[in-house]
Design a binder for this molecule. Structure first.
Ligand code: FAD
Ligand code: SF4
Length: 483
């Protein structure tokens, strides 16, 4: 690793840069707008990325808004504490390779995180510009710029130590663990149940938000370093925990995610064309339903309701519009302020003609004589007292029931941990929610050679948290195996 990468704030080039513009000049620059495809065009293409990325000039100008704060609060908002001013100032001096190198010190997947992290709730929410009532520095857009335009340092293959470690699941947690372990010299094999590597990054998040080529680039980088990938292998079924031991694996990192969709358990959920967002998105993204040349069936609803207000709901409604839905209606039981989805996804969904029916909750679906969903019955809600998490709870308005015609319902009300591994391994301590219980610092489970991280530990969370877990687990497992 380049030892000069994280130049201290006192480095002469940083001081020069700081002096090149006054703070007043910097704060007078308007926040950049991300160039994007027009909404009319977007809904005609399933795969083209909506955000086109900043131009070089835009990136450099946006980077010069950053004040290179002496105590940068943006860093405290980042779950993996990226040296944010460090990479941004490298963009300002147009050294994109260094900017990427700074990002890579703490983030295994910057091109992914620059596209999908909820920056407005994390780093950008802590940027000093908020205190000045000005829009935060566009940290996410800049991260994406550096990741797309910087050349990664060539990572030398580490000398192997011959110790075999296994990874279960190839989402962001598994990939970042694999990357860190191969760089430490371990012999790493990733086992993936599906026929594609990438976890939610491939089967969940659509290409119009995160192109597969970006994910593939990261995976190919790992392959080149020597990580082995075994697809179509379900640990707990195809291979048991004992099999992994017999194969010589000395440490196992479980990163099997939270791929089990939840339903609401209301009448009519078994009707035809009521399905989970996981199933819908997997059919379209992973199995290419909707693309020419593929036989995967998927119903193309014209009046589609999407239940929920998270990123999965946004991905589903926007996919439905691209699959020909004339009406795509997001039904959410709280108000828009409480929606957990990234702000940009809500904005894009609205631009693409998605309707938002907030403060409504489905209570029943009604079907026709063939058993196909035709109507949803909705309970109107209002906001009551804040719940334990501080969000105001939705309360039914007595007697306020509405009916809306639909021909498809996509349920996006959350996910549960994948139960396969917890069920297949004896003596593995699991919480009531079905998550694997681990030591918070080391991520070691109740079984000494088994570590776990990402959504299988946290429940449905975020890419950056999963990635951070992979890195922490790699550090602690490596320490144990090498001691
Ligand atoms: P996953 O990404 O779920 O990967 C787990 C992998 O393990 C899967 O490939 C699975 O097939 C495999 N597996 C499971 N069991 C086994 C087994 N027994 N043997 C072998 N393999 C197994 N987060 C954000 O930060 N920003 C977003 O914009 C965002 N959008 C999202 C949109 C959608 C549609 C979804 C579903 C999630 C989104 N998330 C987002 C959440 C984020 O993707 C997850 O938190 C993250 O992917 C979790 O990573 P992971 O590595 O723990 O698991
Ligand atoms: Fe730059 Fe904002 Fe971070 Fe300050 S808080 S260093 S202005 S991004």
């Amino acid at each position: 690793m380049n030892q000069n990468t994280i130049s201290p704030r006192t480095a002469s080039w940083r001081e020069e840069l700081r002096k090149s513009r006054t703070a007043k000049e910097r704060t007078a620059i308007e926040r950049v707008k991300m160039p994007e495809l027009t909404a009319e065009y977007r809904v005609t293409t399933l795969t083209e990325e909506v955000n086109s990325g900043l131009t070089r000039q835009q990136a450099v100008m946006e980077a010069s808004r950053c004040l290179d704060c002496p105590d940068p609060q943006c860093v405290t908002g980042c779950p993996v504490e990226i040296n944010i001013p460090g990479f941004i100032k490298n963009i300002e001096r147009e050294n994109f390779d260094e900017a990427l190198a700074v990002l890579r010190e703490t983030s295994a997947l910057p091109a992914v995180c620059g596209r999908v992290c909820p920056q407005e709730k994390q780093c950008e929410s802590k940027c000093i510009y908020n205190k000045m009532n000005k829009p935060a520095v566009a940290i996410g857009y800049l991260e994406r710029y550096a990741a797309d335009n910087g050349n990664p340092e060539a990572t030398c293959k580490a000398e192997t130590n011959g110790i075999k470690v296994a990874v279960v699941g190839s989402g962001p947690a598994g990939l970042s663990f694999a990357g860190d372990m191969i760089k430490r010299g371990f012999d790493v094999t990733v086992f993936e149940a599906l026929h594609e590597i990438g976890g939610v990054l491939k089967y969940g998040i659509p290409e119009f938000r995160l192109p597969n080529s970006i994910v593939e680039k990261e995976i190919n980088g790992l392959r080149e370093l020597g990580v082995k990938f075994e697809k179509n292998t379900i640990v707990g079924k195809t291979l048991s925990y004992d099999d992994l031991h017999e194969m010589g694996f000395k440490g196992i990192f479980v990163a099997s995610g939270a791929g089990l969709p939840r339903f609401m358990d209301i009448p009519g959920e078994n009707l035809i064309n009521v399905l989970s967002s996981n199933e819908y998105l997997t059919r379209v993204n992973l199995m290419h339903a909707g693309s020419t040349g593929y036989a995967t069936p998927v119903f193309r609803g014209k009046k589609v309701a999407i239940i929920g207000g998270g990123n999965t709901a946004m991905d589903s409604c926007r996919t439905a519009r691209r699959m020909g839905a004339e009406r795509a209606i997001v039904v959410y039981r709280r108000s828009e302020t409480e929606m957990p989805a990234r702000l940009e996804e809500v904005k894009h969904a609205k631009e693409e003609g998605v309707e938002f029916l907030t403060l409504h909750n489905p209570i029943e679906y009604l079907g026709d004589e063939q058993g196909r969903v035709r109507t949803m019955r909705l309970q109107r809600m209002e906001l009551g007292e804040p719940d334990a998490g501080g969000r105001r709870s939705p309360v039914p308005v007595p007697g306020a029931i509405e009916e809306v015609e639909v021909d498809m319902v996509i349920v996006s009300v959350g996910v549960s941990p994948n139960p396969l591994i917890p069920n297949a391994i004896e003596n593995l301590q699991v919480s009531k929610r079905g998550t694997i219980i681990v030591d918070e610092t080391t991520l070691q489970s109740s079984i000494s050679d088994l570590y776990a991280g990402g959504d299988i530990v946290r429940g449905g969370a975020t890419v950056i948290l999963a990635m951070g877990d992979g890195r922490r687990a790699a550090a602690s497992m490596a320490e144990k195996l090498l001691s």
